[in-house]
Design a protein around this ligand. Structure first.
Ligand code: DNO
Length: 357
């Protein structure tokens, strides 16, 4: 396992590479070209620029999160082949620069969704939170405005202002896309790109739907063991893999994360590890990574990753906002650094315990 932190790039992130470098055991970052839009070809020069910048700080660029998929591909419009070709070109350029992990998602309209980005906890920290009742009471475009208002001035991934302008149009183009169609469009996309991934050994790692159920009536297909198994079996090659995000999958208490990790095994290429507290159906708060702060058992999760021989990048996912830090919601330095240290501590204990046993 390679511990990493997500980094949004200079000018986009409140956290610097120099700070990340000082987190013990953190080998690298997961980043993206934040100034590009879905469907655009990433140039080799731009990729190399990002890589050089990361390496100059003594870190490795361990993967890309995300190369976003254009909506025309998800909807299955005629124009999709054009955007798929662009995606392939981007993959080729990434491959030539030695990048071997690409995280992406196939969620319509919204990437992740929360009803609150700064819910106050008893200890004075704030966390991201989700309450289905609140979501049901707002319209999608209001949702965008609200997220923007609460994002501390940062542009959050998946909530870019240009998407807000198009939200009504986006809902319109997705209106005939049900789960079956979305799934078929995903397979169409993967069949087209996998040969390039195989050529450059790029592992595609689809991110779970967050939360793991339908929001605003939109279809969801990467939300439970059955659906993920269907995807992995539809294209049974290693490069068609997943990002196991404990927080997204864990939003639904029916999802047994430990079982999923053990079942998906070497098709997991990237791990997002965070904890959350379930409050009831469709209601949860994010939490500190520590097992006893939330509903997920981090020891069992880390043990499962250890047992499957996981060698890919792992990152502590969203943290609380603590110690007065101002950052993109969920992506401050302090709580994610605590999370990384805690997860590495669990890993060391599991590893040493195993070797003695
Ligand atoms: C939110 C993240 C997502 C994730 C994408 C992957 O914090 O987990 O934005 O990066 O869904 O494409």
């Amino acid at each position: 396992m390679k511990m990493s932190l997500r980094w949004f790039g200079k000018g986009h992130d409140s956290v610097s590479l120099e700070e990340i470098r000082q987190i013990p055991g953190c080998q690298g970052v997961i980043s993206t070209l934040y100034d590009t839009s879905p469907g655009e070809v990433w140039s080799r020069e731009a990729i190399r620029g990002l890589k050089d910048e990361v390496e100059a700080a003594g870190l490795e660029l361990l993967g890309i999160e995300s190369v976003n998929v254009h909506d025309d591909i998800k909807v299955g419009l005629e124009t999709r082949d054009y955007y798929i070709n662009n995606y392939i070109e981007t993959l080729e350029n990434l491959g030539k620069e030695g990048i071997d992990l690409v995280c992406y998602n196939f969620m319509p309209v919204f990437d992740w969704t929360r009803s609150d980005l700064a819910k106050k906890r008893e200890d004075g920290s704030t966390v991201l939170s989700y309450d289905q009742e609140i979501i049901d009471s707002i319209k999608p475009d209001e949702m965008f405005k609200e997220m923007k208002g609460k994002s501390q001035g940062f542009v959050m991934p998946g909530w870019e202002p240009e998407r807000l302008e198009r939200v009504k149009e986006l809902f319109e183009i997705y209106k005939d896309v049900d789960e079956e169609k979305l799934f078929n469009n995903l397979i169409y996309f993967l069949e087209a790109i996998i040969p390039t991934c195989e050529k450059y050994d790029i592992k595609m790692a689809i991110h779970a739907d967050d939360p793991a159920w339908s929001v605003f009536g939109l279809p969801r297909i990467i939300n439970n063991k059955e659906n993920i198994t269907r995807l992995l079996e539809a294209l049974p090659v290693k490069n068609n893999g997943i990002t196991l995000c404990t927080g997204s999958m864990g939003s639904n208490p029916d999802n047994d994360i430990v079982d999923m990790i053990r079942s998906f095994g070497d098709r997991i290429h990237f791990a997002h590890v965070r904890n959350l507290i379930h409050h009831g159906p469709g209601m949860f708060d994010e939490a500190a990574h520590y097992s006893y702060d939330g509903s997920l058992d981090m020891y069992e999760i880390m043990k499962a990753f250890y047992d499957i021989g996981f060698t890919g990048p792992m990152r502590p996912d969203h943290g609380r906002a603590i110690w007065g830090e101002k950052s993109m919601p969920g992506y401050g330095l302090y709580d994610r650094a605590l999370g990384a240290s805690y997860l590495l501590g669990l890993w060391e204990a599991i590893d040493k315990g195993q070797r003695k046993g």
